[in-house]
Design a protein around this ligand. Structure first.
Ligand SMILES: [Zn+2]
Ligand SMILES: [Zn+2]
Length: 375
């Protein structure tokens, strides 16, 4: 293929030309070189071809962007014969382009040679307590694993995969191509073996030559103390089997912690509300509080105000990295106002509220309440 002219030059426009500028330039050129206007003129015919080619690429946003990055080489296939892409309506994705030129190593190694298996993500549900104290869970998943019948080779028993003759087992073939950059050697996936480097004459009947099959598998997952909602545990090598002897992927277990009815967790601290009566708030009392470790005594001071917040140290969530270290429990005392007072209780409260009562009487009031409640 002779050196191609720059498409922008062909249409007589600048590189950053707008769509309408490209269209306009094309119309002008098409008119100028149209066979009807140039009967029998071979060079005009050639020019017209060139204009069409240029327009076809530059009028298509994808093709244009490929051309801007790689020039004509973006549309040349193989080497020998090559071309043929213009007007063929074939689209390259970027992976193909990278592969074709042998750069973008990620893309190349993804297709050829050993490939690591994919990671698998699963979610498991655990209780609030399990997240704090840790647990062991069994999970069952369907996972792509090595085929046992052929031990992953993909070849029928008694036969074996042979080294691909085309690529000598490399999974890649090199092609030399001419482009505006000069002669370029590019590497692409071997067309004979699809990049595996092997040819299987008699495929394994279980996996049909793939070397991998879906299997139901069970795994034990150790949930560490202190794990929080949304955190993920990685089980190395428990994901999908690799291809061509590639290593296994990982199993990523994301934890969903069920909310508790009583406790709310924030980081390493556990929050809860503790209901107390207005009498307990006024007179003080010793009560039993629920903690994640069990029940614990707590002393309400006389004259405790509603919404008083108190900290119970060391009964919070263990630190995931150092489980000896624990957060706290933060309690909020919720003073309950009774709604079912007896007439007698109402009378006592009215007496208490009497603005004319003397200080002496006020002081004795709660003693009266206590007496009545203990009746
Ligand atoms: Zn098999
Ligand atoms: Zn091959």
């Amino acid at each position: 293929m002779a050196d191609k002219r720059d498409f922008y030059d062909v249409l007589g426009i600048k590189k950053g030309a707008s769509e309408s500028e490209i269209k306009k330039a094309y119309r002008q050129m098409a008119k100028k070189y149209h066979p009807d206007n140039n009967p029998g003129d071979k060079s005009a015919e050639e020019k017209m071809k060139e204009v069409n080619e240029a327009y076809e690429v530059l009028s298509d946003a994808n093709k244009r962007s490929n051309y801007d990055q790689f020039g004509h080489a973006a549309f040349e296939q193989g080497g020998a014969g090559g071309g043929g892409f213009y007007g063929g309506g074939m689209d390259f994705d970027m992976g193909d382009i990278f592969n074709m030129f042998g750069f973008g190593s990620g893309s190349t190694s993804r297709r050829n040679g050993p490939q690591r298996g994919s990671d698998i993500g699963v979610t498991i549900q655990i209780s609030f307590e399990e997240a704090i104290f840790g647990t062991t869970k069994e999970i069952s998943i369907n996972v792509t694993d090595k085929c046992d019948t052929c031990n992953g080779t993909g070849a029928k028993a008694g036969t074996h995969a042979e080294t691909c003759k085309r690529c000598n087992g490399t999974g890649q073939e090199r092609v030399v191509q001419q482009s505006i950059f000069g002669s370029m050697t590019s590497v692409r996936t071997c067309s004979a073996c699809g990049g595996t480097g092997k040819t299987i004459k008699d495929p394994c009947p279980t996996c049909k030559g793939k070397g991998r099959v879906k299997k139901a598998k069970k795994f034990e997952v150790n949930i560490p103390k202190g794990i929080d909602h949304g955190q993920t545990i990685r089980l190395s090598g428990k994901g999908e089997a690799g291809i061509n002897g590639g290593s296994y992927g990982d199993l990523m277990v994301t934890v969903y912690v069920q909310p508790d009815r009583y406790f709310v967790r924030k980081g390493m601290d556990i929050y809860c509300d503790v209901p107390i009566t207005f009498v307990q708030a006024a007179l003080g009392d010793e009560i039993t509080i629920k903690t994640i470790d069990g029940e614990q005594k707590y002393t309400i001071k006389p004259g405790t105000q509603p919404e008083t917040v108190a900290t119970i140290r060391g009964v919070g969530v263990p630190n995931l990295r150092n489980t000896a270290q624990r957060g706290n429990q933060i309690i909020t005392l919720k003073v309950k106002i009774p709604t079912d007072l007896t007439i007698r209780q109402k009378d006592i409260l009215k007496e208490f509220y009497n603005p004319n009562a003397s200080d002496v009487e006020k002081k004795g009031f709660w003693d009266k309440v206590k007496e009545k409640l203990e009746d």
